[in-house]
Design a protein around this ligand. Structure first.
Ligand SMILES: O=C(O)CCC(=O)C(=O)O
Length: 179
């Protein structure tokens, strides 16, 4: 991030049982969060071996498009959040325009990690393995320029009780500074 400080925002564990067909829909992370700033990084860390076809796939350079897309819940391959911030655009059909972008994905082992900007578009297939679980731990970290922001739509996860106001630095009991 090129940041002097690091604040822990949130994490989630994604478990796809063998043979799961449900995709992780295309999305980028920052529109889900009430956070503005450039220095926000997501770490995606598989807890099982995953091959390129089952790993998360990233649209190279999409964090520099200057566009913010409407967030979706992951269930059923992607369901719009009920109340959307009108400033966010509907996501284009990235699968229909694959030849216009460069997609990145890797064979990964437990202990590998992908670090990506919170505006990098990404998505994933289901779990194509019929025998192995596909577990991954995803964590979000914020740097010096991250500020609490008002969103006009729903946020996810719905974290509250922090007492922050728009423009505040994030550091608080819920979002601890770890560096
Ligand atoms: O593991 C997955 O399928 C998706 C993870 C992801 O998109 C995220 O954590 O933002």
């Amino acid at each position: 991030m090129g940041s002097r400080e690091v604040i822990y925002y949130h994490d989630h564990l994604l478990v796809k049982e063998p043979g799961t067909r449900e995709r992780t829909p295309w999305h980028h992370d920052q529109p889900y969060y009430p956070i503005d700033g450039e220095q926000i990084v997501s770490l995606w860390l598989p807890l099982d071996p995953v091959d390129r076809a089952t790993c998360v796939e990233y649209v190279k350079g999409s964090h520099r498009w200057g566009r913010w897309f409407q967030p979706k819940f992951f269930r059923q391959g992607g369901v719009d959040l009920a109340v959307q911030d009108a400033r966010f655009e509907p996501l284009p059909d990235l699968d229909a325009e694959r030849e216009r972008h460069e997609f990145l994905a890797w064979d990964m082992e437990p202990g590998d990690v992908v670090a990506f900007h919170a505006l990098t578009l990404h998505g994933a297939a289901g779990n194509l393995s019929s025998v192995r679980r596909r577990r991954a731990w995803a964590t979000r970290w914020c740097g010096d320029d991250a500020r609490y922001a008002a969103r006009l739509g729903q946020i996810s996860p719905p974290i509250d009780g922090h007492g922050l106001k728009p423009g505040d630095r994030l550091e608080c009991a819920l979002f601890p500074r770890i560096l």
